[in-house]
Design a protein around this ligand. Structure first.
Ligand SMILES: *Cc1c(COP(=O)(O)O)cnc(C)c1O
Length: 463
């Protein structure tokens, strides 16, 4: 009897590379490396089990390794949570026109920094300034990578080595590690906290003003709310105080009033039964020297940070070296312009997905929920619930909705939610009180079919 060496039974790298299915992966060092890894794995199997895997298994393992590497890490998911601006799921979905504009600007060359009429160098900032000035009433605007960068840029350019006064209740962490005291420290400005966590009066700000003060800053509490015994001066009152401190030289504006409003709301949220979110127009109109907001929260466009305000200040920001480091790319400029055009044309409620979801009539949500529940079976039924605006805007604010509730026990529902998340396409649902909840409000109607197939697949008994 001969004892065969199982390691000898392993195919060579070249032999596996010659396999038709392996060849279909392409050629080059990447595929060779996967083949080496598969053979390495087979050696480990032999060391453990004493037998070589079949060649077929080795080919399968190469294909599996390739799939794992080539599968896109960032992929679309269906958001059935009912949280409209979901930070972890990519914030604002974009309008068709916005996506088309981004694709058009990406596909070829563009006049990004080129004036077509004079035929000479232009500025990338020019494309967004006109619509922003129109919409906000500000003299000027500059747009950067995100709102965190916008605040950092402004403080770095306008207040280094000087003091910035902020209410103790507003020296907050916004999320994702954006902490106002740390951003101030990074900019070189010195934070002067005034008042208490729940109550800050105008006189607290007034008492803190020194020769070292550069600005008063307001930060909108985007992701939490202090309720009850609270007090904070209006932006008008803060503007009055900041601008009353007129400097010695004529034309000097005294202190700056910086207003970080966060969500970039341009429409009245109260018309949908929500708390009034501060709008950009109100902030500019009340006298903020610079107003800061995101492009991808309630504005409903691509990720960006927008600074609207006084022309002389915006000019200073444009010339600061950080402006170059945090500038926008051409696709975002094109996309943001297309989103802003929806507002200019008065069609934001029907075109901007975030606002389409906020203003979605309950009857349509109910109709879809009934269809979903009927198709899903398994005791699914329609219940009343709330959709959240979410994501750094309107904390705790919600809209009435209809949810599809799938009943189950704790572990069973955890498993169902996992199967939905790991299915194709992934579906993210809410689990509350022994029910799995699906909210049609945040699911595009053209995703209904894919969602139902995913739900049925997840509910089907495991083979
Ligand atoms: C969300 C938010 C930020 C950070 O904005 P990004 O666009 O995420 O960088 C800053 N300030 C406030 C008040 C916010 O709500």
């Amino acid at each position: 009897m001969t004892t065969e060496n199982p390691y000898r039974a392993l195919p060579s790298v070249d032999r596996l590379l010659a396999d038709e299915r392996v060849r279909s992966l392409g050629e080059g060092p990447f595929v060779t490396e996967l083949v080496r890894q598969a053979i390495e794995g087979a050696r480990a199997t032999i060391a453990e089990a004493g037998r070589a895997p079949a060649e077929e298994q080795l080919v399968e393992s190469v294909l599996g390794l390739a799939r794992a590497v080539l599968r896109p890490s960032l992929e679309p998911v269906i958001n059935a949570t009912g949280v409209i601006i979901h930070t972890n799921l990519g914030r604002a979905p974009l309008s068709d026109e916005t996506i088309a504009a981004m694709a058009a600007a990406s596909r070829g060359y563009s006049n990004l920094e080129f004036g077509l009429e004079p035929g000479e160098r232009g500025s990338r900032h020019d494309h967004l300034e006109a619509p922003l000035v129109q919409l906000t009433g500000a003299q000027a605007a500059i747009t950067v990578n995100n709102n965190a960068a916008a605040v950092l840029l402004a403080l770095s350019a306008l207040a280094p080595g000087r003091e910035v006064i902020i209410s103790r209740g507003q020296a907050v962490e916004i999320g994702g590690g954006f902490r106002i005291p740390e951003v101030l420290a990074q900019s070189g400005a010195r934070l002067v906290e005034v008042g208490t966590t729940n109550r800050t009066y105008l006189r607290d700000y007034e008492a803190a003003i020194t020769a070292e003060t550069a600005a008063i800053m307001r930060v909108h509490a985007s992701n939490f709310r202090i309720i009850g015994f609270t007090e904070s001066p209006s932006i008008q009152d803060l503007a009055g105080l900041a601008h009353a401190q007129t400097g010695a030289r004529p034309g000097e504006h005294g202190l700056l009033l910086l207003d970080d409003i966060g969500s970039g709301c341009l429409l009245d949220t109260a018309q949908f039964g929500l708390a009034p979110e501060p709008t950009v127009q109100e902030s500019v109109g009340a006298g903020a020297d610079l107003t800061f907001f995101s492009g991808d929260k309630l504005l409903g466009g691509p990720q960006a940070g927008i600074i609207a305000g006084r022309r002389d200040l915006v000019e200073r920001l444009r010339r600061h070296p950080l402006a170059r480091a945090v500038r926008l790319d051409k696709a975002t400029i094109a996309g943001l312009a297309a989103t802003l055009h929806h507002y200019l044309r008065g069609e934001a409620l029907s075109k901007v997905p975030v606002w389409r979801m906020i203003s979605m009539p309950l009857t349509g949500i109910e109709r879809r929920a009934r269809r979903w529940a009927r198709d899903a079976g398994h005791g699914a039924r329609v219940v009343d619930g709330r959709s959240m605006v979410g994501g750094g805007s309107l904390p705790e604010e919600s809209l009435p909705t209809r949810l599809v509730a799938v009943p189950g026990e704790g572990a069973e529902l955890t498993e169902l939610a996992r199967r939905l998340r790991t299915g194709q396409p992934p579906v993210v649902a809410r689990v509350e009180h022994n029910t799995l909840l699906l909210d049609p409000r945040t699911v595009r109607p053209d995703e209904d079919r894919a969602l139902l197939a995913a739900v049925k697949a997840a509910l089907a008994p495991t083979p």
